[in-house]
Design a binder for this molecule. Structure first.
Ligand SMILES: C[S@@+](CC[C@H](N)C(=O)[O-])C[C@H]1O[C@@H](n2cnc3c(N)ncnc32)[C@H](O)[C@@H]1O
Length: 214
């Protein structure tokens, strides 16, 4: 099922399968506090209207983003993907009518595109080859996105993470994203330990036709 990123993906799957089966609560399963997780979701939703749009949630965990969309009364087409079959088992119990897939995202062929793809906190565990997988995953997200690909990561400006946690240098991630598209927005202001990067297909002038009112 895995290819050249084999070792990284196997270790990551084992880590998250273990979390999914041994954790006592959904918050523990995805290692988030409710407050910080909701802030990540809200940061994206503050500037993106998902109503009647389609969204692919890469590394969906237990599909808390979908729950949050319901909380906000956002009616959209949601598809969840996760490397961990155990996480996906929880998702299917929670949302039996929705589409969830598990496997290697880098070789997955959904046969369609989405308005948005999001990957919220999926590149947070230190494993060899992490940068390569982050870059390839973001590139694939972008290929599958009609409007934008959104990624949230932990920032190395914050000190105090546990030793197994992977934080990223925002300047490196900006350079990585600019090699994919020139239309990039970074937010490094919404939590002390986190930042997001959104990669757009088109510049703002073409995305928001109602901006330039006479
Ligand atoms: C910290 S949890 C975040 C879950 C969810 N995005 C959220 O915000 O609640 C990280 C999730 O990403 C998944 N994941 C990690 N690396 C992945 C990869 N390369 N492809 C797909 N899923 C991945 C893990 O299995 C885990 O469920």
């Amino acid at each position: 099922m895995f290819d050249k990123h084999d070792s990284y993906l196997r270790q990551t799957q084992a880590y998250w399968d273990n979390k999914a089966t041994t954790a006592k609560s959904d918050a523990e399963r995805v290692e988030w506090s409710q407050r910080s997780q909701r802030m990540r979701f809200e940061t994206f939703l503050m500037t993106h209207d998902l109503q009647n749009r389609s969204v692919l949630d890469v590394g969906c965990g237990v599909a808390d983003f979908r729950t949050h969309l319901q909380r906000r009364n956002v009616d959209c087409e949601y598809v969840g993907f996760d490397i961990s079959p155990e996480m996906i088992r929880h998702c299917k119990e929670r949302f039996p009518d929705l589409r969830f897939e598990s496997g290697n995202f880098l070789t997955w062929e959904p046969g369609r595109s989405f308005d948005y793809t999001v990957a919220i906190g999926i590149h947070n565990i230190k494993v060899d080859g992490a940068y390569d997988v982050l870059e390839s995953t973001t590139r694939k997200q972008f290929e599958l996105s009609r409007i934008a690909a959104h990624v949230s990561l932990l920032t190395d400006r914050f000190h105090g993470f546990a030793p197994h946690i992977q934080a990223w240098k925002v300047e490196d991630i900006m350079a990585m994203a600019l090699a994919i598209t020139p239309y990039v927005v970074i937010r490094h202001d919404y939590l002390p330990n986190d930042f997001s990067i959104t990669l757009y297909r088109d510049p703002l002038i073409d995305r928001c036709n109602d901006l330039l009112l006479d």
